[in-house]
Design a protein around this ligand. Structure first.
Ligand SMILES: [Zn+2]
Length: 117
């Protein structure tokens, strides 16, 4: 079930609001996520609004360089990343661990085969 959420990085420079399903968090097996360990919820760009910190982030890209692994340049936390689906739709991968007051006991874990992209 989708609901309104808000979240951000650790220091508060980066903030966002989104409408997403918070009952499923995906663990990605790509070489970046294997180290950073975010719990991801994917959604279309229309369901996501960055409310602070557009200029406070660093954009890290690797491999095909199509996914922007964004992180706060001050505290280092990656609250979300941006990319596009194969058909060109804007996509955001939100780190559920960065939501305000999310009860993680209600989040089921799944896996995302990012290593195969
Ligand atoms: Zn920060």
């Amino acid at each position: 079930m989708e609901r309104e959420v808000a979240g951000g990085c650790h220091c508060g420079a980066v903030r966002f609001e989104a409408t997403i399903d918070t009952t499923l968090g995906l663990e990605c097996n790509c070489s970046y996520c294997a180290k950073a360990a975010p719990l991801l919820a994917f959604t279309g760009g229309e369901n996501f609004r960055q409310t602070a910190g557009e200029g406070a982030m660093t954009d890290y890209r690797f491999y095909k360089k199509v996914i922007a692994h964004l992180f706060c340049a001050t505290c280092g936390i990656s609250a979300f990343g941006r990319g596009e689906t194969p058909d060109g739709q804007k996509m955001v991968a939100i780190n559920l661990r960065c939501l305000d007051d999310l009860d993680m006991t209600g989040v089921h874990k799944g896996s995302f085969n990012g290593a195969a992209l």
